[in-house]
Design a binder for this molecule. Structure first.
Ligand SMILES: Cc1cc2nc3c(=O)[nH]c(=O)nc-3n(C[C@H](O)[C@H](O)[C@H](O)COP(=O)(O)OP(=O)(O)OC[C@H]3O[C@@H](n4cnc5c(N)ncnc54)[C@H](O)[C@@H]3O)c2cc1C
Length: 405
């Protein structure tokens, strides 16, 4: 393997090295405590922000550095190697809801969101409801028009960062004053500012415990026109457009899984060289050598697919390659493959450690719990396969019995 197989530029290699230094010196020593306390790591957020690792993709005219998705991904991967929670925060300050607002927002919305992420906010994206998970378009949270404003009622759950994020991008079913449905739109709200926005129960999660997964409630939450995020095709196709922005998030989620797996692999290699049984390092046994070889192969395949997706551009208004977001098929393929491979890699790394890997004293135990999420959140591996299959077969594949959705 060459040292720079992706032919990263000098600037990218420097960025990666800076991120690695921060991850190893500052973030890694805190990772176990973040998991144990289940508290949002504000000090890690401050460290990311001070190093210019939040709002990286914000364009220069909005005060950002205009980094590419791949640049941001290099930072995410380094953070996730040592702390999955910090990796996910790095995703969402750079390529989650922020991607949708930067692409579709008004100049004022773009400026507001840019300022927030540059200051370290991790905007939350609110789609999932108790009865609308994979079938997201069956959401019931509604936004009723009252003159030039909208009044939102309903609830979401499993919202990452609920209660700690400042900015919320909420997907809701919009109706006009006659009760006629307009389609699904995006609405912005700000914690502690927008009245009617509140937070319910926190979900006790298996892993990634420093990030709250919350119920978010809307009770007669009124927003003015300045808080409506309207994609160019309007409410009718608003949902598809807003979901397209989610392709950046999918690449980001795949990158966190990749980082966790890469971190687990590095630890397994070091341990295999050091641990002795039968009077020899366990790395001398072919049974483990082949495991490590397979892990490294899966890791490289996952990295190639993820980086490729990060560098891609989907079908936009002006044809193929003109979307501001990654290609939907590549983003889905990258997330499916990377999430599944990473779960296996971390499990095998834990196996290399033997009983030590099963101890809560060992980081592998935390990494195994953390990485398990990535075939679920942000589109399950099954749903993403329907995305890929519809491209392969070149036809829509509605999942409801009447073929409506
Ligand atoms: C840690 C975490 C963070 C999250 N963060 C957010 C967030 O910030 N914002 C947000 O809006 N949501 C978030 N989610 C929610 C996430 O997007 C949903 O969990 C996901 O879309 C699946 O929905 P569900 O859990 O209701 O599962 P369900 O849709 O009920 O699915 C259950 C099972 O059925 C399978 N299934 C369902 N439909 C089909 C089908 N048509 N074909 C084949 N299999 C199918 C699924 O793959 C799954 O295995 C998060 C979830 C997790 C775990």
């Amino acid at each position: 393997m060459t040292d720079n197989p992706w032919q990263l530029t000098k600037a990218q290699l420097d960025l990666q090295a800076r991120a690695r230094r921060l991850a190893e010196e500052v973030i890694a020593p805190r990772a176990a405590a973040v998991d144990a306390s289940e508290e949002y790591p504000w000090d890690n957020v401050a460290a990311l922000q001070e190093n210019g690792f939040t709002g990286m993709t914000v364009p220069v005219d909005l005060g950002g550095l205009g980094h590419s998705l791949l640049d941001a991904g290099l930072v995410v991967e380094e953070m996730a190697k040592v702390c999955g929670v910090t990796g996910r925060i790095a995703v969402e300050t750079n390529m989650g809801a922020i991607s949708a607002v930067l692409a579709y927002g008004t100049p004022d919305q773009r400026a507001m969101a840019a300022e927030m992420v540059l200051a370290g906010d991790k905007p939350a994206i609110c789609i999932t409801e108790p009865d609308a998970g994979s079938a997201a378009s069956l959401m019931t949270t509604r936004a009723d028009r009252r003159e030039d404003r909208f009044v939102l009622n309903g609830m979401k759950h499993w919202i990452t960062g609920g209660g700690v994020s400042k900015l919320y991008l909420i997907f809701a079913r919009a109706f006009d004053e006659q009760g006629e449905e307009l389609g699904i739109g995006g609405f912005l709200a700000i914690r502690d500012v927008t009245r009617g926005l509140s937070f319910g129960r926190r979900e006790p999660t298996m892993g990634l415990r420093g990030l709250p997964e919350m119920e978010v409630l809307f009770e007669n939450m009124e927003v003015g026109p300045e808080m409506v995020v309207m994609p160019p095709s309007g409410f009718r196709h608003g949902f598809a457009d807003l979901m397209n922005a989610y392709n950046s998030q999918r690449v980001g989620a795949g990158t966190v899984a990749l980082g966790i797996a890469a971190g687990a692999f590095e630890r397994a290699v070091a341990f295999a060289k050091e641990r002795e049984q039968f009077g020899r390092p366990i790395a001398e046994f072919q049974g483990l050598q082949w495991m490590l070889a397979d892990m490294s192969t899966q890791l490289e395949a996952a990295r190639s697919l993820t980086y490729r997706a990060a560098c891609s551009r989907g079908h936009g208004a002006d044809g193929p390659g003109t979307s501001p977001f990654p290609d939907a098929t590549l983003a889905a393929q990258a997330k499916i493959f990377t999430a599944e491979a990473s779960i296996k890699i971390v499990s095998d790394a834990l196996q290399v450690f033997g009983a030590a890997g099963y101890s809560r004293r060992n980081e592998l135990e935390r990494m195994y719990r953390d990485v398990r999420m990535f075939t679920i959140g942000g589109g399950t591996a099954q749903i993403l396969r329907t995305v890929v299959a519809s491209r392969v077969l070149d036809q829509k594949l509605p999942q409801t019995r009447d073929g409506y959705v």
